[in-house]
Design a protein around this ligand. Structure first.
Ligand SMILES: [Zn+2]
Ligand SMILES: [Zn+2]
Length: 451
């Protein structure tokens, strides 16, 4: 029997890679435009990193991490999310000393041992940004705006931004006590996990995957249950902050949240600040947000994030504010199917197909193809003695912009025929100037090659 990819993992075949690359390219382009720089961190980390950041009582840490001992007895984890690693790298790379405020982004696979189901994978891919070193509410607004702009640039329509605030650590402690008081009479009705979480981190009950706990917690919290069916309300709403939310905010946190809402209003980003939701990671403080897109389930955010003002300090750095988000690339692609994704037909032609009239010309052809490539031009040729007609068919299938035809007569004259398939024009170019001519003529192709 042929071997298969592990459950919850999948291959991205060349046919699908165009859409992946387009999303990655768009995310990089828009992020750089906002002044964010890419960083890469290892796929494996010390388990302690996620215990200390994501939180010991979270589902991710309790049930979903791929955790193993290496030969030296160290506890290793396949990273389940990006933020903790980025903060660790920020500190380990001394960016807090050399750069201070840093705007970073990353792209790559994450791993969670979830039971595979529609739209959930054990190896999934995220794009994320982290702005570390500022407590300013303008940065929250920038991060939300960047998130929305990337998703829109990827062709997603009908986005709903849910915005809320979980308050500072003091607010969370106060709110937790309130929630515990309300839940205490129903403690026996909660699942085993939640009974364990009750004292340590009662907010986890709000996002328990057991529907009974979930319903009970939201009911007793006095909040409407999150439904995800809210439309975007105009920006600049004036409802009391945290209305219906299990989090009761202090004056500073309320002012911060109000500033975020105003800034988003100024940026023209619509949001819904009346929906109630909790983010299932311990490090969040103050602003949290989710972006939902049409075509995904009500509970499936395509992107989510928030502020984490204590995490840098909790991971051994100085006390400094930070905010970020992560978007799920598989989910984004799924939502794209409901929006507009670039089709093959819309993709512009690029590169050169070098066709040879006879197999004997393969050597000269190969030399020219390599010359083109070293000039940054995408170049293809046939190595299997196909007929000229078959080669021309391949050129069209590969959506090349140019076909260069090398024949016996041309080689004698040290020249080559160059056809522009987009312009339907044809000319004869001296071999000496061939690569340079094409590179100049195909600047767009070269740019696409290096994208
Ligand atoms: Zn507060
Ligand atoms: Zn539960």
């Amino acid at each position: 029997m042929a071997l298969q990819a592990l459950r919850g993992t999948s291959d991205v075949l060349p046919e699908a890679i165009t859409r992946w690359s387009a999303v990655e390219h768009t995310a990089r382009r828009v992020s750089r435009c906002y002044g964010y720089q890419e960083l890469r961190t290892p796929l494996i980390e010390d388990a302690t990193l996620f215990l200390r950041s994501v939180g010991e009582t979270t589902d991710i840490v309790q049930k979903e991490m791929f955790r193993f001992e290496d030969r030296g007895g160290h506890e290793i984890v396949l990273r389940p999310e990006g933020t903790a690693s980025v903060v660790r790298a920020y500190l380990e790379g001394h960016l807090h000393k050399t750069e201070g405020f840093s705007k970073l982004f990353y792209l790559g696979p994450m791993f969670r041992a979830e039971r595979p189901q529609a739209g959930r994978f054990r190896q999934f891919h995220q794009f994320g940004v982290e702005a570390i070193g500022s407590a300013s509410p303008w940065v929250d607004a920038e991060v939300v705006t960047l998130c929305v702009e990337i998703l829109r640039a990827c062709g997603l329509a009908d986005l709903t931004v849910l915005l809320s605030s979980m308050g500072c650590r003091a607010d969370q402690a106060r709110s937790a006590e309130q929630l515990r008081e309300r839940l205490r009479p129903s403690l026996q009705e909660l699942c085993k996990d939640c009974q364990g979480r009750f004292d340590k981190n009662v907010f986890r009950v709000l996002d328990c995957k057991n529907p009974a706990c979930h319903a009970l917690a939201w009911k007793t919290s006095g909040s409407p249950r999150p439904t995800g069916s809210h439309g975007i309300r105009g920006s600049g709403g004036h409802e009391e902050v945290g209305r219906g939310s299990p989090f009761v905010l202090c004056a500073d946190c309320q002012a911060h949240f109000e500033q975020v809402r105003q800034a988003l209003g100024a940026a023209g980003v619509g949001f819904d600040d009346t929906a109630v939701f909790a983010r299932g990671l311990d490090y969040y403080t103050r602003t949290v947000f989710e972006v939902r897109a049409q075509g995904l389930g009500a509970q499936d955010a395509v992107a989510a994030g928030g502020r984490y003002d204590q995490l840098v300090e909790e991971l051994g750095g100085p006390s400094m504010g930070a905010v970020g988000f992560a978007a799920g690339i598989e989910r984004l692609l799924r939502a794209q199917e409901h929006g507009r994704a670039p089709s093959d037909e819309q993709r512009s032609r690029r590169g050169v197909y070098l066709a040879i009239a006879q197999p004997a010309l393969a050597g000269e052809g190969f030399r020219l193809v390599q010359q083109l490539r070293s000039h940054g031009v995408c170049a293809l040729m046939d190595y299997d003695h196909k007929s000229l007609k078959a080669q021309l068919r391949e050129a069209d299938k590969a959506r090349c912009q140019f076909v260069a035809i090398l024949g016996e007569a041309e080689v004698k004259q040290r020249a080559i025929t160059l056809k522009d398939l987009e312009q339907s024009s044809q000319e004869t170019v001296p071999l000496e100037a061939f690569a340079q001519t094409v590179a100049q003529r195909a600047k767009t192709a070269a740019a696409a090659c290096h994208a």
